[in-house]
Design a protein around this ligand. Structure first.
Ligand code: HEM
Ligand SMILES: *[C@@H]1O[C@H](CO)[C@@H](O)[C@H](O)[C@H]1NC(C)=O
Ligand SMILES: *[C@@H]1O[C@H](CO)[C@@H](O)[C@H](O)[C@H]1NC(C)=O
Ligand SMILES: *[C@@H]1O[C@H](CO)[C@@H](O)[C@H](O)[C@H]1NC(C)=O
Length: 525
């Protein structure tokens, strides 16, 4: 292997971090010595904290030199697919809010609903995604909504918002073709099938049709790992983005030819649709002849790209935003379905109740209103998102000196100061399974709890505040529609995987071993 192809992603992550931390640490020390050991910054922080009544949380955790132990524990847990369990253990041992040092990086961990509300809504302007998330995704996602902060994010949000108006999301016919194809791939003879693989293909097919006006049809050939070149390029790109994110401030050393090529190819695939849409819009606006293909397409269905081109004709912007939405919306919806069916295959009691509600439709395809009126279906989806939130662990960085309302002092009720540049880690997974907020059976999957549950900020699977998931209704509609169609076509489901759930965690959570099941077709459909 030549030096040029040395792949830093194969060097254990904590060694990279350790190196960076040690360098950072010595620079800091030298600077302090030069300043005569005074640090005006820290004095200012202390003053700010005193003024706001801040107190220290009970625990300030640091394992090993520079807190390298915590990073090692995270990496080991990640490899052993028990990362989320580790974070649970930390919060059990150190409380709902604690400080920690991770490889020289000082951070705060919290799962207090009031703090989460503060970060996401009350003091939204004091926090941002931070440069690591944004920069790691930049190669594929450019300056799109998912990886920008401040005015750039505001611009994206305002641009995209109208495209998610209710009447566009309620047009549920777009799902039927793809669900029908998915059903065809489920064997009727009791042999095992991985529903997770099929759900990931289905959401790619429906999302590309919705966004570009043309599906990549990855469900057409399920024997190939990725039926279309775009599906493959997108998968490779996503993997590269995840590695860059994990490398943190050392991502500039990430070199991978396959990744670079996949990014270029994925973007140029989308560019082709964008160019078509732009020429269509220009022709329309100037009264020229429009392409028959494009007119037919936009008459027949709602195409996200063509709607968006009414508000911008900037090619890069359109490509960026389409890829951002595809990334944000595809895996998430597929994971929700995969995890829900993973559970249904193990819980015949829940399957039976849900199917009873579905059969009230008499085999008719559900409308948007039908889906909204199905209470048990709503409870099941909510309970899946509570126990297996698809974005289980998240981070925000303070962009000014600020503080959280709770978690400090001996009884954990005083405010906690967050100096500028510090990161706050919040785990929706831990919060949504915490007995303090969901009672003694918090870890149990029990849809019926939603009959009376009003969890407020203790339940935020789609985040909250100004940056709340823009595709929430879209996702719940697609997942609900797919679940109903499957329950109409199959009368029973059986798990073909005896092991408990294991996490597969990138930015999003899915099942490490997929959703291996066998399904029995209903007698009269
Ligand atoms: C079950 C499915 C889904 C879940 C659990 C989910 C969850 C989330 C979460 C937690 C965030 C906040 C991320 C952050 O700020 O750190 C988010 C943002 C976002 N989601 Fe979703 N999402 C889902 C489906 C979708 C779909 C289907 C779409 C689009 C069609 C979508 C589009 C977006 C976009 C564009 C953002 C960024 C919003 C912004 O930053 O202003 N999501 N989603
Ligand atoms: C927490 O511990 C770290 C590392 O031991 C230390 O540098 C830091 O000053 C402590 N923070 C507080 C607020 O006591
Ligand atoms: C699901 O949870 C959301 C958020 O708490 C709530 O508004 C909604 O009513 C719940 N759905 C059902 C069917 O209980
Ligand atoms: C994964 O699924 C297979 C069935 O395809 C099963 O035999 C195996 O026990 C499952 N679990 C794990 C953790 O491998």
């Amino acid at each position: 292997m030549g030096l040029h192809s040395l792949n830093l992603s194969q060097i254990p992550f904590y060694i990279l971090i350790a190196g960076a931390a040690a360098i950072g640490f010595s620079i800091l020390k030298v600077a302090q010595v030069l300043q005569g050991m005074e640090n005006p910054l820290i004095e200012h922080e202390e003053c700010f904290a005193r003024e706001n009544g801040c107190q220290e949380p009970l625990h300030n955790v640091s394992h090993g030199l520079f807190g390298i132990g915590m990073v090692r524990a995270m990496l080991a847990a990640g490899r052993e697919k028990r990362f989320l369990e580790l974070i649970c253990t930390w919060h059990r041992d150190y409380g709902t809010t604690f400080r920690a040092t991770m490889a020289g990086r000082k951070v705060v961990f919290t799962v207090e609903p009031k703090n989460v509300q503060t970060i996401l809504a009350l003091k939204f302007k004091d926090f941002e995604l931070g440069t690591i998330r944004s920069d790691s995704m930049r190669p594929l996602l450019g300056n799109g909504i998912f990886c920008s902060d401040g005015v750039q994010w505001e611009h994206s949000r305002a641009l995209l918002r109208p495209n998610f108006a209710r009447n566009q999301i309620t047009d549920i016919e777009i799902y039927e073709t793809h669900v029908a194809k998915l059903i065809q791939h489920i064997p009727g003879d009791g042999s095992t099938v991985d529903l997770q693989d099929l759900f990931f293909r289905m959401t790619l097919d429906s999302a590309t049709e919705f966004l570009f006006g043309e599906s990549v049809h990855s469900l057409n050939d399920v024997t190939s790992p990725a039926a279309s070149a775009f599906a493959k390029d997108f998968a490779i790109s996503q993997e590269g983005l995840a590695i860059r994110g994990r490398m943190g401030s050392l991502m500039m050393f990430y070199r991978n030819k396959e990744f670079s090529k996949a990014v270029v190819d994925a973007r140029s695939y989308v560019d082709r649709f964008v160019e078509k849409a732009i020429s269509h819009r220009v022709a329309l606006d100037s009264g020229q002849d429009v392409s028959e293909e494009a007119s037919k397409l936009t008459e027949q269905q709602y195409v996200f790209l063509y709607e968006l081109s009414k508000r911008t004709l900037d090619k890069t912007e359109l490509t960026d935003q389409l890829l951002n939405i595809l990334l944000a919306g595809r895996d998430t919806t597929a994971s929700l379905l995969s995890i829900t069916f993973f559970i249904l295959a193990r819980r015949p009691d829940i399957w039976t109740k849900l199917r009873k509600e579905v059969l009230e439709l008499d085999g008719r395809k559900p409308t948007y209103e039908d889906l909204k009126s199905m209470a048990y279906l709503g409870w099941v989806l909510n309970e899946s998102l509570r126990t297996y939130p698809i974005v289980p662990f998240n981070v925000r960085m303070a962009n000014k000196d600020t503080y959280l309302p709770t978690g400090g002092g001996p009884d954990g009720t005083a405010p906690v100061s967050i100096p500028k540049g510090q990161e706050v880690m919040y785990s929706v997974y831990v919060m949504q399974r915490h007995q303090k907020f969901f009672g003694p059976d918090a870890d149990e999957y029990r849809p019926e709890r939603w009959e009376n549950l009003r969890p407020g900020w203790a339940y935020v699977p789609f985040n909250g505040g100004p940056r709340i998931c823009i595709g929430q209704q879209f996702a719940l509609t697609e997942a609900g529609y797919t679940a109903v169609r499957l329950l109409q076509h199959f009368e029973a489901i059986e798990s073909r995987d005896s092991k408990p759930f294991e996490e597969a965690l990138t930015l999003t959570l899915s099942s490490a071993n997929g959703t291996k099941v066998a399904m029995t077709p209903a007698k009269s459909t």
